[in-house]
Design a protein around this ligand. Structure first.
Ligand code: NAD
Ligand code: TYD
Length: 350
């Protein structure tokens, strides 16, 4: 069936994998990728689908109400898959307002525009909101986040995502807008901006730079390969039930230190370095303010109801990720030097 789908944030890390999957798998869909190309947006991430006939890139900001309303009026989208966001916890600590503006107000702008263009007829329409497990707060030594865990966000990033989740549910309840929300654990894989733990540490190990471990390094995260997240989004988009929430995660908890040791071992081998060479780069630094101790997702519902499970183990996914960063040195160099920002100019402003 033909559909016109707006994917927001498709030049970012996860969005690029979602755009690629939808463009290639569903030739009958018209995929619009809306992205403001902030520091985290990089069109090189999806250069391979640039010329596809069912793909259109739109540069624009979800904070810009007039622009968003005009786009929705013009294109009359059947569905929205919303990923555009400010996404880095450390940045939210230094500049919380940027997170409120994009993640809360930007989401509200999309919801209003979608509601207005549907004009009360929501048949075959869907607003899919991509969210995070961080809305649930921080766990102690035991327990897992389920879909009914109370929200308890602890960082400005998590609070802004929680607010946007609430707004999506409020639009469903108040206006009857069909929606689904998924809350996923920490992602890793190709094209992740090297400010997040795994790509930053790959970059630093390669360049023999120190590895800044926050606090005691015993913080725990639940890691999922980004392509498995994209496949879960595809499944939930097509098979998820209206108004439902789905937690996405691979039951894959690692303390930061254990993860870093595994990464160092894989990198030593791939870079032909002496065993234990990279671990020596670990440097303990000041802890992140309000650092959440542990996240862990219970993905039973997604597995039981929709049959989803991750396709790779963490060791396999991490090895693929390391290979990708080592084979795509120019991507990493462009990102770290800022050169990637010239790509849009070259491609679209000729
Ligand atoms: P990212 O920072 O890599 O990409 C975000 C994208 O959104 C960028 O391309 C950026 O240019 C765009 N963007 C930012 N502000 C915008 C605005 N005002 N208007 C239009 N576009 C804008 O983020 P990511 O890691 O790919 O995360 C994508 C989504 O998934 C986010 O909503 C995030 O909360 C959620 N999520 C991320 C993770 C993770 O581990 N990275 C886990 C769970 C959920
Ligand atoms: P991050 O990739 O920023 O994801 P999130 O904070 O959303 O979970 O961080 C993952 C974990 O790694 C988190 O516990 C913070 C820690 N961390 C470091 O110890 N050093 C670093 O330089 C970074 C970026 C993160």
């Amino acid at each position: 069936m033909s559909k016109k789908i707006l994917i927001t944030g498709g030049a970012g890390f996860i969005g690029a994998h979602v755009v690629r999957l939808f463009v290639n798998k569903y030739p009958a869909y018209q995929i619009y990728n809306l992205d403001a190309l902030t520091y985290a947006g990089n069109l090189e991430n999806i250069a391979d689908v640039e010329d596809a006939t069912n793909y259109t890139f739109v540069k624009g900001d979800i904070k810009d109400i007039t622009f968003i309303n005009d786009l929705f009026q013009k294109e009359q989208f059947d569905a929205v898959i919303h990923l555009a966001a400010e996404s880095h916890v450390d940045r939210s600590i230094t500049n919380p307002n940027a997170f409120i503006e994009t993640n809360v107000l930007g989401t509200a702008n999309l919801l209003n525009a979608f509601r207005d263009t549907c004009k009360g007829n929501f048949e075959d329409k869907l607003f899919y909101h991509v969210s995070t497990d961080e809305v649930y707060g921080s766990l102690g030594k035991t327990g897992l986040f389920t879909e009914t865990t109370s929200y308890d966000p602890q960082s400005p990033y998590a609070a802004s995502k929680a607010a946007s989740d609430h707004m999506v549910r409020a639009f469903g309840n108040t206006y009857g807008m069909p929606f689904v929300i998924s809350n996923c654990s920490n992602n890793y894989g190709a094209n992740q901006f090297p400010e997040k733990l795994i790509p930053l540490f790959i970059h630093n190990i390669k360049n023999n730079k120190s590895l800044p471990v926050y606090g005691d390094g015993q913080y725990t995260r639940d890691w999922l390969f980004v392509e498995d997240h994209a496949k879960a989004i595809d499944l939930i988009f097509h098979k998820g039930k209206n108004t439902e929430t789905y937690n996405i995660g691979g039951f894959n908890e690692w303390t930061n230190l254990d993860l870093i040791h595994l990464l160092c071992a894989q990198m030593d081998e791939k870079l032909d370095r002496e065993k234990g060479a990279s671990v020596k780069l670990i440097t303990y630094v000041k802890d992140r303010a309000g650092h959440d101790r542990r996240y862990a997702i219970d993905a039973t519902k997604l597995n039981k109801e929709l049959g989803w499970k991750p396709s790779v183990t963490f060791e396999q996914g991490l090895a693929k990720t390391v290979d990708w960063y080592l084979e795509n040195e120019s991507w990493l160099n462009n990102v770290t030097s800022g050169a990637y920002q010239a790509y849009y100019k070259k491609m679209y402003e000729v």
